[in-house]
Write a protein that binds this ligand. Structure first.
Ligand SMILES: [Zn+2]
Length: 131
């Protein structure tokens, strides 16, 4: 009785990202990657150039429609791929224990920034310098 088990004196190093948050972040990143992958697959299917039933004797209007559709899906797929790479990067940094540490300056990324953009691997300062 009167057991003081809840003695949490072993505080985590404040410089590092809180370990308790890593597991939900990992799940979040994995889920997002999966979502992005599905969206990318759907986008690729939307590409009229992939439509095997399309004919070569289109009217000009149909041709333009196809070109536009192809261009649009290509842009979207590229964007989704970029996003996926970023999420994967954040996930692999999490696995090696470097989540939340800026790739550029090795300082902690602002947690407010990570709350909005959990896939960020650069701090705001370094990200701006990269642009
Ligand atoms: Zn930085």
């Amino acid at each position: 009785m009167g057991n003081k088990r809840k003695n949490k004196k072993n505080r985590l190093d404040i410089v590092k990202f809180p370990v308790v948050l890593l597991s939900p972040i990992k799940k979040f990143l994995e889920k997002e990657i999966e979502k992005l992958r599905k969206r990318k697959d759907e986008m690729e299917k939307d590409d009229p150039f992939r439509d095997e039933s399309r004919t070569s004797n289109n009217s000009l209007e149909e041709d333009l429609d196809e070109q536009l559709g192809h261009f649009e899906s290509e842009v979207k797929v590229k964007f989704l791929l970029k996003q996926m790479i970023q999420f994967r990067k954040a996930l692999s940094r999490l696995r090696i224990g470097k989540y939340g540490i800026c790739e550029g300056c090795a300082k902690m990324i602002d947690t407010d920034r990570l709350a909005i953009k959990p896939e960020a691997t650069f701090c705001i300062k370094c990200e701006k310098e990269r642009m």
